[in-house]
Design a protein around this ligand. Sequence first.
Ligand code: S6P
Ligand code: ZN
Length: 185
Amino acid sequence: MSSILEPGITFINKELKGKNIDRIDRRLKNLKDIFFDKTALEKMDPETVVYEVESYFPVEHDIEGGLFYGITYIHPGTVGNEYFMTKGHFHKIRNRGEFYCTLQGEGMLILMDENRNTWAEKMYPGSIHYIKGNTAHRTANTGNTILSFSAFWPSDAGHDYATISEQGFSKILVQRQGKPELISR
Ligand code: S6P
Ligand code: ZN
């Protein structure tokens, strides 16, 4: 795993240091469903790392009352003219919310309600985003450097990836004349 994750978390609670940490990466080969331009995708190296996530689980999954913490690092890049982005998900328990706080870089938080209305919020260092329950969320790196943000969510929220992998968001975020634009598919 890349060394960019190393400075991610400073544990204040020493007894928890190093425990229950999950590190994953998502490569183009894991993200075939989500990018719009399949022709561009096929020409790229499937091993390209699009994003990495370091998550901290101080309590069991699916247990009510705890909180989880994670940092996501999205690399800069595009597939065709669509920015590198996360899979995106609803929470399995739909009404569970989440906070995102941008640490570094530039990006967009793409949000979609259950009626498939989609909108986006600009992410920049220090920006704080409250993601209401019942709202799918995905992040895209619109800059030339790594976009990183921290996330805080309830331990029983769970993740529903299938709905997004099957139906997508109703809008996609593309680069047009060097700028991000959210357009209908
Ligand atoms: C978890 C939270 C984030 C994402 C991460 C990767 O609820 O929203 O930690 O898991 O940004 O995105 P995704 O859609 O692949 O889980
Ligand atoms: Zn989430």
